[in-house]
Design a protein. Structure first.
Length: 681
């Protein structure tokens, strides 16, 4: 019986659906202190003394720690990307000291016998503020507000623009988004002084990156820290880097000698968990008269927030590197200006730079088609990377491993049937996607034990279905039943690993499992380890939409939405389809209703689900999805990523359909009824 390619329901779902999962907030060891944070109510200010005397006087409050108390730890290491300059003072302090740079920044940790008492104490912490003007507009920021710069060019860009018959330019704005996982962040830290061992249980995407970040922040050797993950209720990128709260909780456990627990509430998650997107851009295409794209130039303005967390630079860098999209553009130049704004830092959110790139590239291609009076689909056909060009090096430095982009486009059009959708204020739009996935390395250990196969993986699930997919790989290779395979994860002490992000789990983690299983078989042993390494992988696809805008109300009706993804070899089509549906729902949320809004003082206006909308099941249109398979040559499974395609291409496809319905009028995200109503007038 073949397991690979079978639509096997997720084995782990029974545990979650019957309430037997164990999340961070379900853990409550005896003697634990509970934490609340006193947070800045100003977006930008000089910070003097922080008076904690009233908080300490609250019965049940055990301790209050400020930035001065934790002066010997931190800051959290600032992230860096290749060829980028970053400001020396951009790293995030564990607790604010000397300044606050966003409303919600933690100034003091209050540890008490209960969360309620800790919150009472936090309300009594009194900071000495000197307000400063907030920085909110990335285009109006001065040089002193820039904390990241990056530039790259490839090909003869000057020649391309000099030879162009038409230069098409547009400016775009992509707002910030809240990741809004079902389970907010949290940490439970315990310190064994005799063993000098700090154990931290986290709601996180993996144990490995938090281990490295905590070791650097606390100035402790990595072997003196153990990270354990309970069940994790989603992340969408927002739990890939430790925030200052987690470092503060860990430091408090060492100082106080008792278990210390922090479970983030929803308001805190809106206020202080890092946010996604936040980008403005000027994009130009140089085109020949026949529609061939000769060159692309882009200036990206990234809203990075008050500090650079370890993953903050990743998204804008990924956007920049993918600015030629699925097209054979011979010359390109991209510049990033990363601005320190008076807002919470940004970081990866499902897609992490890929949706921004697809949105910018696909909208400028549609704009060029309109100016050249060429059908948008035909313009794409003339410029797509052909299937015989792989591996294809882009002018910006990445090499696409495999793909058949026109086949994805053709299949999307077959499913959409664009000729069906006509009428007043009806529009059709398509968008190609490139999804960077995989890369680096991952580990696995496989052993036989009492008739079962035990797999320890460096990848960690938070909704992706590792327990099922990885078990299918093992069962296929060893010829055993799925129920005889057990998947374990989430313990930094079990061995090194990288983790789950950037749609890398199956390609990297699954390939490591497969190689370990093959070693076990070939050597005839009961245990085998594997470390799998790979260059970056590049999934692709095409999404298409037909929409109608009601001229009386501006209400958008999505008449049809289709998704075609090329994720290489599909291990479990049911789970892959689920990833496409979930990512598309998030992409549509970005397109239609989601937007983080700050007022002129830097206060977060959208600080709850009463003010920040998520797409509901009722608003989610029926999705017609299909797959094209061009296996990657870089791993034994031939797999590539599938977790982010919908979030990458759905906003761009819907945007292009709306512009078509509006007769070419440009509208920025999100496409609310009011915006569309005004655009029609």
């Amino acid at each position: 019986m073949s397991w690979i390619g079978r639509a096997v329901p997720r084995r782990e779902d029974e545990r979650f659906l019957t309430g037997r999962a164990r999340y961070l907030d379900d853990l409550d060891p005896d003697g634990a202190l509970h934490v609340a944070f006193a947070r800045s109510f100003l977006a930008h200010a000089r910070l003097g003394a922080v008076d904690v005397s009233a908080a300490l006087a609250v019965p049940g409050v055990a301790a209050v720690l400020t930035g001065d108390d934790l002066a010997d730890v931190g800051p959290i290491p600032a992230g860096k990307v290749e060829d980028a300059w970053t400001a020396e003072d951009a790293a995030h302090p564990v607790l604010a000291r000397g300044a606050v740079r966003y409303a919600g920044e933690a100034m003091a940790l209050v540890a008490a016998e209960s969360r309620a008492v800790a919150e009472d104490g936090a309300e009594l912490v009194l900071p000495d503020y000197e307000p400063l003007d907030p920085v909110l507009d990335v285009r109006a920021a001065g040089d002193e507000d820039v904390i990241l710069r990056w530039h790259r060019a490839g090909g003869d860009l000057e020649g391309a623009f000099a030879a162009a018959d038409r230069i098409v330019g547009r400016s775009f704005a992509i707002p910030r988004l809240v990741a809004a996982p079902m389970e907010p962040r949290g940490a439970l830290a315990q310190y064994d002084a005799a063993a000098d061992l700090l154990t931290v249980r986290l709601s996180a995407q993996d144990p490995h990156r938090p281990l490295a970040q905590l070791a650097a922040t606390l100035h402790r050797p990595p072997e003196s820290i153990r990270i354990l993950l309970p069940d994790v209720g989603g992340a969408f990128g927002s739990k890939g880097a430790i925030g200052p709260e987690i470092a503060a909780v860990a430091a408090a456990a060492i100082r106080l000698g008792r278990p210390v627990k922090w479970a983030e509430d929803r308001f805190e998650n809106f206020l202080a968990a890092y946010q996604g997107r936040g980008l403005e851009a000027d994009v130009e295409l140089a085109l020949a008269a026949d529609g061939r794209i000769l060159g692309l130039r882009a200036q990206l303005y990234a809203d990075l927030g008050g500090y650079l967390l370890s993953t903050t630079p990743v998204s804008s860098h990924t956007t920049a590197m993918l600015m030629t999209g699925a097209y054979a553009i011979p010359a390109a130049e991209v510049t990033i200006t990363g601005v320190r704004t008076s807002k919470v830092p940004t970081g990866p959110y499902r897609g992490a730079g890929r949706p921004e790139a697809a949105y910018l590239v696909e909208r400028i291609v549609d704009a060029a088609a309109r100016e050249l009076a060429i059908d948008p689909v035909e313009l794409r056909r003339r410029n797509l990377v052909p299937p015989d060009a792989f591996p294809y090096p882009t002018p910006l430095g990445w090499t696409y491993d495999s793909g058949d982009y026109e086949r994805c486009l053709d299949r999307a059009l077959e499913l959409l049937e664009p000729e069906r959708w006509t009428g007043e204020h009806v529009g059709v739009g398509v968008a190609m996607l490139i999804e960077r996935s995989g890369g680096m390395w991952e580990t696995a250990r496989v052993r036989r034990e009492n008739g079962r196969v035990i797999v320890e993986t460096g990848s960690s699930p938070h909704g992706q279905g590792h327990e099922t997919t990885f078990a299918q790989i093992v069962a296929e290779e060893l010829g055993v039943d799925l129920k005889d395979v057990e998947i374990r994860w989430g313990d930094s002490a079990a061995g090194p690993g990288v983790g789950t992000f950037a749609s890398r789990s199956t390609a990297m983690g699954g390939s490591a499992v497969l190689e370990a299983v093959r070693k076990l078989k070939e050597a005839g042993v009961d245990e085998a380890d594997a470390r799998f390494e790979s260059p970056l992988l590049f999934s692709s696809g095409c999404y298409a939409a037909a929409v109608r805008v009601d001229p009386a109300t501006g209400t958008l009706e999505i008449l049809r939405l289709v998704a075609v993804d090329d994720a290489g070899r599909i291990i479990n089509p049911l789970l892959a389809h689920g990833q496409v549906v979930g990512a598309t729902a998030q992409g549509l949320g970005e397109a239609l209703v989601e937007e983080v809004v700050h007022d002129e003082t830097g206060q977060l206006v959208t600080a709850s689900f009463a003010d920040y909308s998520l797409l509901t099941a009722w608003e989610m249109p029926e999705l017609e999805a299909d797959f094209v398979e061009t296996p990657s040559p870089h791993n034994p499974l031939g797999a590539k990523g599938v977790g982010e395609g919908g979030s990458i291409a759905a906003p761009a496809a819907v945007a292009n359909a709306i512009v078509d319905a509006l007769g070419g009028v440009q509208v920025d995200l999100p496409f609310t009824d009011e915006k569309l109503w005004r655009a029609l007038r």
